[in-house]
Design a protein around this ligand. Structure first.
Ligand code: BES
Ligand code: MN
Ligand code: ZN
Length: 503
């Protein structure tokens, strides 16, 4: 889909050649003298259009307006959130209209958040999955003009919004692919293709290399599958070589049956979305490639299936992680933390300024926060604040949950350094506490996206979250890297280093 940013006021929008003109009408709307705002003003005055976000009124062949269809949409107070709701509401009408070109007239004074909401909202609600349909009918909408008072002032916001939309869509597409398509190898191929197209660095490791590195925990999860595991490293270098990177770690379980601790059959198909963390890392790199900000970012993706088999790992097994810590497996369905822990230890070799893992980790997080906010855990208050702010700004919000030591109590075992599960209580926090053990040498945050990475039911599909949040966070880091040797974790990292060489 092609987006264009254009300087157009209501009078200009009236003359724009377009299939549909979407007019966002905010509270206290003042009608001007041009045909578009006269139409909107009359609709509000006549009581036929409420300005509450999501309210719609259609007009056909209106006097003085070039577009055959005009869609008036209430946009409330004109905030990004309300504009997103307005665009989502309009999407249904747009789909049935089969419009190819849409022009959106943003409210007066629209800022960066509104531009983003309009671009991402349109991209989001016009997306159609076709990859495995025999008669693919793709998205009808080909061209979207974003009409603002001053295009120059919104150029930067527009570029960011487009990059976010592309990244989110890439993550959705990967997430939606069936598990017999989106295998660990396929994720490796997608990373390689992305890297080749945009000059990113990529490395895709297989079982032998991962064994040689010593990722005993990750390897164990993969043992029951006929699909070979992959460990993907992507590097985006937009800043000086020496500048410490942010490392993103994405859970890439391409199908989670639960393994020997097998899951019930109902809705098990949705466990194809268990690579949502990995998809969000790939989507974020897609967006970075588009925008080219001055920052260094590393993406790490442990990818495998979790299957029951004669060769599977099993309850009671003791695994030796890359960190050297041993883990007793008490439930093979708590596999996400077992692949992430090795990736989190591996992350140390990049001397990161921060490490953020993204994972569809626990059903408990779905119970706690539903599908609205992702769960956020962080060992660093600044990092937590930045991620919370980025999530709010990107309309991809998260909510901080605790990491008190007491939550790790249930992970004690007589047979290893730690068990992989405790009781059911506080399951999202307990999972985070397990990961916490492997993140002592850098500022760390964990996003549990079990509730937000996809939707079930009639609208079943990947959401592309939290690409919007991650991109917003990364862009806010541009130019803020601490001077070499002054990193917060620098001292600690040196003291606790187990002598591994830097990559
Ligand atoms: N991928 C699941 C988490 C999940 C479950 C996400 C349902 C979304 C919906 C994860 O691997 C898992 O199975 N977690 C277990 C952990 C438990 C065994 C401690 C869970 O949440 O039930
Ligand atoms: Mn599981
Ligand atoms: Zn899982």
């Amino acid at each position: 889909m092609d987006f264009e940013l254009k300087t157009l006021d209501a009078a200009g929008a009236a003359q724009e050649k377009t299939d549909v003109l979407l007019v966002l009408v905010t509270d206290g709307f003042q009608a001007g003298k041009d045909p578009v705002s006269r139409l909107a003003g009359a609709a509000v005055a006549g009581g036929d259009l409420e300005t509450k976000a999501g309210k719609l009124l259609q007009a056909y062949r209106s006097e003085g307006i070039a577009a055959p269809r005009v869609l008036l949409a209430g946009a409330g107070d004109g905030s990004g959130k309300k504009v997103q709701q307005a665009v989502q509401a309009a999407a249904g009408v747009l789909r049935s209209s089969k419009a190819r070109k849409l022009t959106i007239l943003l409210p007066k004074g629209a800022g960066a958040d509104v531009v983003r909401a309009a671009v991402c909202g349109t991209a989001d609600s016009s997306y159609v999955y076709v990859a495995t349909k025999s008669k693919p009918e793709g998205r009808e909408l080909k061209k979207v003009v974003i009409a603002v008072a001053d295009a120059g002032a919104q150029r930067e916001a527009f570029a960011r919004a487009k990059a976010a939309a592309v990244g989110i869509e890439f993550a959705r597409e990967l997430g939606n692919l069936p598990p017999n398509y989106a295998t660990p190898s396929r994720l490796g191929e997608e990373a390689t293709r992305l890297a080749k197209a945009h000059r990113l660095q990529v490395e895709v490791l297989g079982p032998k290399e991962v064994a040689r590195i010593g990722m005993g925990s990750f390897m164990s999860v993969a043992k029951g599958s006929a699909e070979p595991l992959r460990f993907i490293t992507l590097r985006y270098e937009g800043a000086a070589k020496g500048e410490a990177p942010v490392v993103l770690v994405g859970k890439g379980i391409t199908f989670d049956t639960g393994g020997i601790s097998i899951k019930p059959s109902a809705e098990m198909d949705e466990m194809k979305f268990d690579m949502g963390g990995a998809a969000s890392v790939l989507g974020t790199f897609r967006a970075l490639a588009e925008l080219k900000p001055r920052i260094n970012v590393v993406g790490l993706i442990p990818a495998c299936e979790n299957m029951p088999d004669g060769a599977s790992y099993k309850p009671g097994d003791i695994l030796t992680t890359l960190s050297g810590q041993t883990v007793e497996v008490l439930n093979t369905d708590a596999e996400g933390r077992l692949i992430l822990c090795d990736a989190l230890t591996y992350a140390e070799r990049f001397k990161p300024r921060a490490v953020i893992d993204i994972a569809t980790l626990t059903g408990a997080c779905v119970i706690a926060l539903g599908g609205i906010r992702s769960g956020l855990f962080a060992t660093d208050d600044d990092l937590a604040q930045q991620l919370l702010a980025a999530g709010d700004a990107a309309l991809d919000p998260c909510w901080r949950l605790p990491l008190d030591e007491e939550y790790a109590e249930g992970l004690k075992t007589n047979f290893a350094d730690v068990a992989n599960v405790a009781g059911r209580a506080g399951g999202a926090v307990v999972a985070a506490k397990f990961l916490h053990r492997f993140t002592q040498n850098y500022p760390w945050a964990h996003l549990d996206i079990a509730g937000t990475a996809w939707k079930g039911g009639a609208q079943k599909g990947a959401t592309g979250r939290p690409v919007g949040l991650l991109l917003e966070y990364l862009l806010a880091q541009v130019g803020t890297a601490p001077a070499a040797g002054k990193r917060a974790a620098g001292k600690k990292a040196a003291a606790k280093s187990r002598g591994r060489a830097a990559a």
